[in-house]
Design a protein around this ligand. Structure first.
Ligand SMILES: Cc1ncc(COP(=O)(O)O)c(C=O)c1O
Length: 354
């Protein structure tokens, strides 16, 4: 199969193999990973190694903490403002896609939201680059990669207020100066493993500043104190994250992930641009290296295109239900050869109907 799913999505074959083995016999313990307590040394080692690998890959020091928490990234839309934004205070948000818009909606439950940049006027098909963040904003929130629309920020916004980023769909796909962020969150189910766990990377100095009482399980400080074992973690998802992090490191780290992402995206977008039969949807300079969105000039051919993909073992090419069109997701584990296959199919299909 050629897996272009947008998430949950393709994982390295060796990660799937190791995860499958751990379900039957975890590290030769004679027990399944699913049968051992989360407070055993066995799982303790998984938790410690996964958290330290995140720091190593992100080149972060002691001022940042790494947590693996339940719930999808959607939980963070609420947990972030609950911990960082007091009633009456204002946070700056960028509205660059449907996930950012959902984050804005949740933040409004806790304080004021100042939308400092929005590309809603053109259906979120570009990234707003020129905007001002008032100095008294509690933080600036943005979505580094807009999974649905197919745009990606290729720079870190300049601001003196703490940066908060939803990196769900491009986490670990490129090196960044991660130390510039006050808080990063990402659902694991794209570049980092199985669904069911969130990665949170938080700089400790942004915490403890709101006056509201925070439910214990929602308070990042409690999770930090418990070293990410406050309650039963999603053990399987944390283990798959560990296997994926090990794979990223072994393959050459984030610089290598970025190199591969660029190769895949270059091949795909060059093909797309060479075929007027298809229409790219987003501004060229803001194209995502992870999710390429496009449409067919004759939309009535879309179903036939998708049927042909299916016949050829290609899955996940239909656009998100909220925007339609087509989307090819190219996460870390996707080989260049898969991109080559879909490019050939696109060429043949265009020739047939042009
Ligand atoms: C950028 C981004 N943020 C948030 C989410 C929501 O994640 P979840 O379904 O894990 O809550 C997604 C899901 O695809 C996403 O792509």
């Amino acid at each position: 199969m050629y897996n272009f799913n947008s998430g949950p999505s393709i994982l390295p074959a060796e990660v799937l193999q190791q995860a499958a083995e751990a379900i039957i016999n975890f590290n030769n313990t004679g027990l399944s990973l699913l049968e051992i307590g989360h407070r055993t040394n066995w799982f303790g080692e998984v938790n410690t190694e996964a958290r330290s690998l995140v720091k190593e890959l992100m080149q972060l020091g002691d001022e940042h903490e790494v947590l693996f928490l339940h719930g999808g990234a959607s939980t963070q839309f609420m947990q972030v403002p609950m911990n960082l934004l007091d009633d009456g205070e204002t946070a700056a948000y960028c509205d660059s896609g449907i996930w950012g818009a959902k984050a804005i909606k949740e933040a409004k439950l806790f304080g004021n939201v100042n939308v400092v940049a929005s590309s809603k006027d053109k259906k979120h098909s570009y990234i707003v680059k020129d905007f001002t963040v008032p100095a008294d904003s509690k933080y600036l929130h943005y979505t580094t990669n807009n999974t649905v629309e197919g745009t990606e920020w290729h720079h870190i916004p300049e601001t003196n207020v703490p940066l908060v980023a939803d990196m769900s769909s491009d986490i670990f796909s490129r090196p960044f100066d991660f130390s510039r962020f006050g808080l990063i969150y990402a659902g694991a189910q794209k570049n980092m493993g199985a669904a069911g766990v969130n990665l949170i990377v938080v700089r400790k100095d942004v915490l403890g500043k709101v006056k509201r009482p925070i439910p214990s399980i929602m308070d990042y400080r409690n999770h930090i104190e418990a070293e990410s074992l406050l309650n039963t973690p999603p053990v399987f998802a944390v283990y798959v994250a560990l296997l994926t992090l090990r794979w990223i490191k072994k393959e050459g780290g984030l610089a290598e992930m970025e190199k591969r992402a660029k190769e895949r995206a270059d091949l795909f977008y060059n093909t797309l641009d060479s075929l007027p039969f298809y229409t790219p949807i987003v501004a060229r300079e803001d194209r995502s290296l992870m999710n390429a969105t496009f449409s067919i000039q004759q939309p009535e051919l879309e179903k036939e295109f998708l049927d042909l993909c299916k016949e050829n073992g290609m899955v996940g090419v239909k656009g998100h239900r909220s925007v339609g069109g087509l989307r090819v997701s190219m996460y870390n584990a996707l080989p260049l050869s898969s991109v080559n296959e879909i490019c050939q199919l696109m060429r043949h299909f265009a020739e047939k109907y042009s």
